[in-house]
Design a protein. Structure first.
Lengths: 99, 512, 499
């Protein structure tokens, strides 16, 4: 049964890109262990012979034709941006390549 | 501003009645909008249902409708001219949309959701954006980053959630109709707590394009109203296939209005109703159980054949939901990173001013506790070592719950249960206990996991004088099946009550 | 800090290389993979976006049918099993150029699985490269790094993001570990990449221009002492975007890893980068559990259903594959192996075939593209395709020669005019009034003038000494501004000296 260590919460915060405070980490550790306890029981009935369901309505993908539609204008695309320069979105310094 | 008796009488009409007056030329759409804007102004200090009132936009839309020729008006849906409020989880072009989160503060979308396009085409003016739990995560609307919405039945209590704003706005006569989104009960549970009607359509029945995603495989947009017929009318306006949503069902909307009108005849002979054994009200608040049992007795009186049906995997639904939902949340809410829209918070001095840190500090500052809790939980559920045990198992439980429904619907036409285990609770009562808060959705979650349609209608007032909700669940893509008994039950109960449930509601904001 | 390298031949003697290639091919659909934004190379930043490709709240992806059909075509060309049901999955990680902070890719249910590609090496050897999968995914936007030296990420102050490329459809072709290549591993890798390039172009599903980033590859390599040993730890060199770069990456990695292993060192499992300037790979990030991408089925996209009937329909429209085509053209054009290789090395096969289709002879087309035009392209440092002359232009010039309207010299001048942007061959000819002077009167008078000016030459000719003929022809050409046909001039001279 999974339990949440402090290190685990810190790691999850990194993966989820949230700069959790120490206080939040402590609180989350307690809460998530309680929640985990109560939801763990799904494993009781999830036997190998049960197929998984990702989407509740049995549909197959609709595929759209390769026809262009009017795009957003540059002004619309940038309208919500916290910071722009030369028609582009500004990112602070990027460290190394992630991909 | 004091509300005139005429205005109070006008806003208390159902949406269908308001539409009929517009059609008959007794009232214009502008007059309807003005009446509701007056009520909003007078009610909002005590209710706080709206995050943003878009009066100018609504009046402009109303005028455009009023200026149409009789011939053009006749081509529009029955609800044409009637205004509506929109949960702030749905994207509206030119009107600030925040999902009640600080991270989206000030965001003005450059596009409309499909449902908004449909409402505009139907000539239905948009009154404003209603409050919710941040990103629709919560059951009390207390998790809004902006304000707390009050329950019109007792302003010391919550309106339920996440769609507490839409439910309270409709219950308080600030709007005749509203749109909500329902991921685990966010339309039905507030409906239950505010004495209104709330419908979660079949998954895929209403386009999700433009509904801000919480948990994509569970989210559905649906109607909020004061009568069953109004919800049917609204669902036919917003429903139907949309090529911009891959999960949209190809078939058009079901004949729900006809079913609701049929129900008003109060003849349910031949209808098989199943009581879900696992949700029979046991352990629920006594008043909830009592009103539920009385409503079931009414169904029998009208000729319905009532039997008990077991759905053995429902006790696992809450666990599966609290794995699948946060998993999808963790991914859907990744895009709020301070790059393209919304909040950006740079790291404090001493922390490297990098893009990665900017994202982390933006998300730390922009998200509230409940959202962070779910993102962390979901990140965990999807991570490599635990995927099979958690996410994989939850998807299997989902299959089992779908199978439970299939088996049940082989025996009965419609399933019923109380909507929520309790009536409206007081502010702060469950804020420090996430699990207790999650239990609010115990009866509503199975329908989301299985994608089946479900609705909540008022079943009367509990001993505490607060509304109780009655849930009806129908098979997938058979939404009309629940509308008939719902309308019949509504009519039968209103006869007992001597009018709609709101005749017991005190509405000082209407000058009464 | 230079890394220790072992001599290549020595490294291959001591170790058995196992390599793999993950090739990203950008599809040339009209619109993006999940939204109807038109795709165009270049263009103003952030103008090829819909709410979907900008990742706006509430937006939803819908699959482009043409992209799926292109994937099926490629799957068929690579002898893959095309899965009746495939599924898109989300690959979750944060990066500023990713609008949703997850990539939509395929994980455990790709559209194409399990195929192979037979690759022909220069000496005619055929090597079979096993294919693991070829799946569909969407591309990210582009970062421009500002404030540092020459646009590099190191030392940059901030970055500017253009999301135009975000959502462009890609197919990632993943090979199985390629064994048994020995010291030919780099050559096989290069040939494989060129074969993929030729196939996707033949299928018309990608422009496959490596210099524009339409095609790029991640190169994996590990070494082991003997083919019977388990695989060693591998390095992954990311985003190599030239054929030579791929070959050199493998060579370098073989030498680098061999040097480490021979001294008893350990290979780090890391991502590296090929540096064109230094011709080395540089260490990047060590793989860690931070690479937990939390894949799960994208709940916004239901299963893709590809029926057998649809596959059969596409199969019926498949064009001839490059290797078969090369063999056919070699026979049709009556070429030796060497001649064919020259064409391929010059990247002129398509151009020559087009020129022949436009009416030229194979020999004529080959002469232009491998001769005059190759020299021109080399001088300008561009590819043949980039020259401002089309196969139709070349065929037109050839026709003018065949019709006797241009001689070699005028033909070259005409091509030069086309290259200079003066228009089509006909327009160039008209502009300069190029024509072979057929008016024998004009030639005769020019010949007579030349005779008068060179009486000694005329004497020699009359005595049967034909050596100074060139003097007369040269004088006539000069007088007719090169437009006289040398043969015609000779004929008239001959008749005059005999009379």
């Amino acid at each position: 049964m999974p339990t949440f260590s402090r290190e685990e919460i810190v790691h999850l915060g990194d993966l989820a890109r949230i700069a959790l405070t120490d206080e939040e980490i402590t609180r989350l550790q307690g809460e998530l262990n309680v929640i985990a306890d109560s939801i763990n029981k799904v494993q009781e009935v999830a036997s190998d012979d049960v197929p998984p369901t990702a989407n509740p309505v049995p549909l197959e993908a609709y595929m759209r034709p390769d026809v262009a539609q009017t795009p957003l204008t540059q002004a619309e695309a940038l309208s919500g941006a916290p910071k722009t320069e030369a028609g582009m979105f500004v990112a602070p310094r990027i460290l190394g390549s992630e991909e | 501003m004091s509300i005139s008796t005429e205005t109070a009488a006008l806003v208390k009409l159902s949406a269908a009645e308001q539409a009929a007056k517009v059609k008959a030329g007794e009232v214009t759409s502008r007059e309807l909008v003005e009446a509701h804007l007056q009520v909003i102004e007078s009610a909002e200090p005590s209710i706080k249902a709206f995050l943003k009132v878009s009066g100018d936009v609504a009046l402009e839309q109303a005028d455009a409708f009023d200026a149409k020729s009789a011939e053009d008006k006749a081509k529009l849906p029955e609800l044409a001219g009637v205004p509506i409020a929109i949960k702030d989880m749905i994207v509206t072009k030119g009107i600030e949309t925040t999902a009640a989160s600080k991270i989206l503060e000030g965001w003005v979308p450059p596009y409309d959701a499909t449902v908004i396009e449909k409402l505009k085409a139907a000539g239905m003016p948009i009154l404003g954006k209603t409050n919710l739990d941040e990103f629709a995560q919560g059951s009390s609307t207390e998790h809004s980053a902006y304000q707390t919405t009050h329950n019109p039945w007792d302003t010391e209590r919550v309106p339920g959630g996440s769609g507490g704003g839409s439910a309270s706005a409709v219950a308080a006569f600030e709007a005749p109709l509203a749109l909500g989104t329902d991921t685990g009960g966010s339309i039905r549970q507030p409906g239950s707590l505010t004495g209104t009607v709330g419908v979660k359509p079949t998954y895929g029945g209403v386009s999700r394009f433009g509904a801000i995603a919480m948990a994509s495989s569970l989210d559905q947009i649906g109607p909020v109203s004061r009568t069953v017929l109004d919800s049917a009318l609204l669902q036919e306006v917003i429903g139907g296939h949309d090529e911009r949503d891959s999960t949209s069902i190809p078939e058009g909307p079901r004949p729900m209005v006809a079913a609701a009108r049929e129900g008003l005849k109060r003849d349910l002979k031949g209808l098989k109703v199943g009581l879900v054994k696992e949700l029979d009200g046991e352990g629920f608040q006594p008043g909830v159980e009592a009103r539920f049992n009385e409503a079931v007795a009414k169904l029998k009186e009208m000729g319905a054949e009532v039997t008990e049906v077991s759905c053995p995997h429902f006790p696992y639904a809450l666990g599966a939901y609290y794995i699948i939902m946060p998993s999808e949340v963790s991914s859907n809410l990744a895009r709020y990173d301070g790059m393209r829209y919304g909040l950006r918070v740079m790291p404090p001095d001493g922390v490297p001013q990098t893009a990665a840190n900017m994202m982390a500090y933006t998300r730390e500052a922009g998200f509230g506790d409940e959202v962070k809790r779910r993102i962390i939980l979901g990140t965990y559920a999807l991570s490599a070592g635990y995927y099979d045990a958690w996410y994989g198992s939850a998807q299997k439980v989902r299959t089992l719950i779908i199978n439970d429904f299939k088996a049940a619907f082989e025996k009965v036409d419609v399933l019923v249960s109380p909507t929520s285990p309790s009536t409206a609770f007081k502010f702060g009562e469950k804020m420090d206990d996430p699990l207790a808060m999650y239990m609010n959705d115990i009866a509503t979650i199975p329908a989301n996991l299985a994608g089946v349609p479900a609705m909540s209608i008022p079943a009367g007032l509990s001993d505490d004088g607060l509304p109780v909700g009655f849930q009806l669940i129908a098979p997938q893509q058979r939404d009309e099946v629940m509308y008939k008994p719902a309308a019949a039950l509504e009519a039968a109960l209103e006869e007992d009550w001597g009018g709609p449930i709101w005749t017991s509601l005190k509405t000082p904001w209407l000058g009464e | 800090m230079a890394e220790k390298l072992m001599k290549y031949s020595e490294a291959c003697k001591q170790f058995d290389p196992v390599f793999g290639l993950e090739t990203h091919v950008e599809l040339c659909t009209n619109t993006k993979l999940f939204c109807p934004a038109h795709i165009e190379f270049g263009g103003e930043p952030n103008t090829q976006l819909t709410p979907v490709s900008l990742g706006l709240p509430g937006s939803l992806p819908v699959v482009n049918k043409t992209a799926v059909d292109y994937a099926i075509k490629l799957g068929l060309a690579l002898h893959c099993e095309i899965n009746e049901w495939s599924q898109f999955a989300r690959k979750n990680y944060f990066y500023p150029d990713m609008p949703r902070d997850y990539q939509i890719s395929q994980y455990d249910k790709p559209t194409n699985g399990n195929g192979y590609l037979d690759v022909e090496l220069e000496d005619g050897t055929v090597f079979r490269v096993p294919i693991e999968r070829a799946h569909i995914e969407d591309d990210a936007g582009k970062n421009t790094h500002v404030g540092g030296a020459d646009g590099r990420i190191e030392g940059a102050d901030h970055s500017l993001v253009d999301y135009n490329r975000a959502g462009v459809p890609l197919i990632e072709i993943v090979t199985k570990p390629i064994e048994g290549a020995g010291d030919r591993a780099p050559e096989i890798a290069g040939a494989y990449m060129r074969a993929i390039r030729d196939i996707v172009r033949a299928l018309g599903i990608s422009h496959a221009r490596m210099e524009q980033g339409n095609m790029r590859a991640d190169v994996n390599l590990s070494l082991r002492r003997s083919p019977n040993d388990p695989y060693g730890t591998r390095s992954e060199t990311k985003n190599v975007n030239s054929f030579r770069g791929i070959e050199k990456t493998l060579q370098y990695e073989i030498r680098r890893q061999a040097a480490i292993l021979s001294e008893g060192g350990e290979i780090l499992q890391e991502t590296r980068h090929w540096d064109e300037a230094t011709q080395t790979t540089a260490g990047g990030r060590v793989k860690s559990d931070a690479d937990d991408y939390r894949y799960f089925p994208d709940p916004d996209l239901v299963m893709l259903h590809i029926t057998k009937e649809h596959i059969a329909e596409i199969e019926a429209q498949m064009p001839e594959m490059p290797r078969e085509r090369r063999n056919r053209l070699k026979a049709e054009w009556d070429l030796t192996d060497l001649q064919m290789r020259d064409i391929l090395n010059a990247d002129a096969l398509d151009l020559i075939e087009e020129t022949v289709k436009s009416g030229a002879t194979a020999a004529g087309a080959r002469k232009w593209w491998l001769g005059e035009l190759s020299r021109e392209a080399n001088a300008k440092g561009v590819s043949l395709e980039e020259l401002p002359v089309t196969p139709a232009d070349v065929a037109q010039v050839e026709k003018l020669i065949a019709d006797g309207k241009l001689n070699d010299k005028l033909a070259k001048q005409t091509i030069a005019g086309v290259l200079a942007g003066e228009g089509t061959p006909d327009e160039v000819v008209a502009k300069h009034n190029y024509k072979i002077v057929e008016d024998s009167g004009a030639i005769e008078s020019a010949v007579e003038a030349a005779f008068e000016a060179n009486p000694d030459v005329v004497e020699k000719l009359k005595s049967g000494n034909m050596k100074p003929m060139g003097v007369i022809i040269g004088a006539v050409m000069k007088a007719t501004r090169g437009q006289a046909d040398a043969k015609a001039v000779t004929k008239i001279v001959m008749s005059k000296i005999k009379s």
